[in-house]
Design a protein around this ligand. Sequence first.
Ligand SMILES: *Cc1c(COP(=O)(O)O)cnc(C)c1O
Length: 724
Amino acid sequence: MPRIGGIFVTGTDTGVGKTIVAAGLALGMKRRGWQVGVMKPIQTGAAERGGERGELYSPDAEFIQAALAGGGKLKDSPGEPEAGVAHSPFPFNPHTPYVLREPLAPLVCARLEGLEIEPERIIKASQWMEEHYSYLVIEGAGGVLVPICRNYFMIDLIKELGFPVVVVARASLGTINHTLLTLEALRSRQIKVLGVVLNQPTPSQSGICEQTNPEVIQSLGQVDLLGVLPHSPAISLEKGEVGNLEELVQKHLDLEPLIRALERPSSPLPYLQRRRSALLKELDRRYLWHPFTQMQEWTRGEDLLVIERGDGVYLEDSDGRRYIDGVASLWTNVHGHRKREIDQAIEDQLTRIGHSTLLGLTHAPAIELAERLIKIAPAGLSRVFYSDNGATACEIALKMAFQYWQQQGEVERASFVYFENSYHGDTLGAVSVGGIDLFHRLYKPLLFQAVRSPSPYCYRCPHQLDPLSCGLRCLDDLERIFKKQADRICALIIEPCVQGAGGMLVAPSGFLRRVRDLCDQYQVLMIADEVAVGFGRTGKMFACEHEDVQPDILCLAKGITGGYLPLAATLTTERIYAGFLGDYSQKRTFFHGHTYTGNPLACRAALANLDIFDRERVIERVQERSRQLAEGLGRLWELEHVGDIRQKGLLAGIELVRDKSSRDAYKFEEKIGIRVIQKARTMGVILRPLGDVIVLMPPLSISARELDELVSVTFEAIRQVTEG
Ligand SMILES: *Cc1c(COP(=O)(O)O)cnc(C)c1O
């Protein structure tokens, strides 16, 4: 069946004759040979069939249906069973998902009946309708700001259904104001308006107002007027009489603009799309400098992807290709792209303010989020300091720890302990405690003093021990460091459970706990950098929970906004916070801050992110998916060049080696990781490697089917590149 589309018919107000116009438009479309489906998502003031307490039905939907069926009188007739309804998979009629008794706003009506309208039901119904008709006419209820459920209006539903809109207004005094307000509201949400129909629902004289309205609305509203539908005594919605509607539509409404718009494909023509895409790539090569990228290769390479949009776990590029986002847009995305609740939270905040500072002022999103973070964070953390990315969250932690001890009078404590293979960001403070030589060594002369402790990299254990029986020998080194110089150390910084950028190195169990105990024993502050592992990634909200560890300072970023906006937070205990209190003149203030610290849009996104964790029981789902991932990855052991597979929750690293028995690595120039992910791209999966380690880090919302595909493409890509 050819997919043509549909329209959403909304009124500027209730009682403007929307239903008659919708029926007229549906007729006009049917006349073009399109198979028209009628939907009335929410009928309020429903009619009752067969007297008292009979079956409720939507008189509006039935009226339109009757018009399409060729007219006639339908009152008290049982009504034709509508096409396809019998086969719908829903326990409700998809043509009329909500039929409510009272003639009130949907939200109020629903509450009176003790229920809550769920937009999901309507969306699902419309998707089903789209599959069964080539063209939908959807009729709203009242105007665009009619409330449907909490924080959700008719206009939100219109936006979500995605159809262009026809606005029906009453041809009378007051119409200009109502119509312009409606148009403004629709346009502010980027909803396409196809035109306005002026309707005369009641007999009226043709006064000066009726004569001038059409022109004024067209010019001030910058909108097509599809016509003025005159009143006809032969048409009656109440009596279910379609009368001469078809004739009136033919005579008075111009449906051409509407039909033209619908027949024009909404996406640009393929050759235009290709040209635009090529131009973007050319401009990228001319003007951009990409992070962690050898630009000489980038500018010569072919495989430049311009990502245009996302949807769930999928990304779509400027050439219209779709990919699974296998690394959650660099470890950030949590519930998928275009997650309705987060989109909505940001949009709502935008109607208030985009940014305001936390220096000298405060705002609700930052306050509410701080409370929420403290409530879910490991016990003992009681204060939230915002910034805008993971590196700054760590910088702040380091500076806080340092200044804390300075103000405690322990001025000797000026050094930090970090782990080999650790990564805490790319600013110089974070680099000082970074343990990846490839990234960090060059900057050595610029860095402050810090002591390196061995990494829990069990596959290449420095002591060549087995993690099941090693007794955490690598922590003996840490203890030696503490023993020797704890009084000169302000803090230890650690990525709990998994060293991310270092190669997805999963620490043996008990490691984190033992580090905490050593810190306690030697009175060293513990900074937990959960920038990568926080927010459900490892199957707990925070990785520290796996070993019941309470850090002194916790760094959060990446997933905090669900992967939408840059935001970070450094959480501390009351003890550290109190160390900064004093008279103004004592200068114990923490003199640190970033201009966009605690940005309200980002905080709103973060709050919506946390809501979804609760509502959709994300952590439980992650645990289920993690088991599936473990099973799927098991198959990769059979590949000749897979040396190690490391997984924690929905995060995994697959280390490729030239020789499995000797564990010899590939040569750097072989770019084995890059070649594998390039191969995966041709199979519809986007990954980013860490050297020879292939990383899988999908959005937590990934479905079982999508995860299967991600794993099998990874398997195939590794096999073809390393064995092919
Ligand atoms: C990504 C990351 C950072 C740095 O975060 P940015 O937002 O890129 O500055 C810090 N620590 C860990 C563990 C990370 O994974």
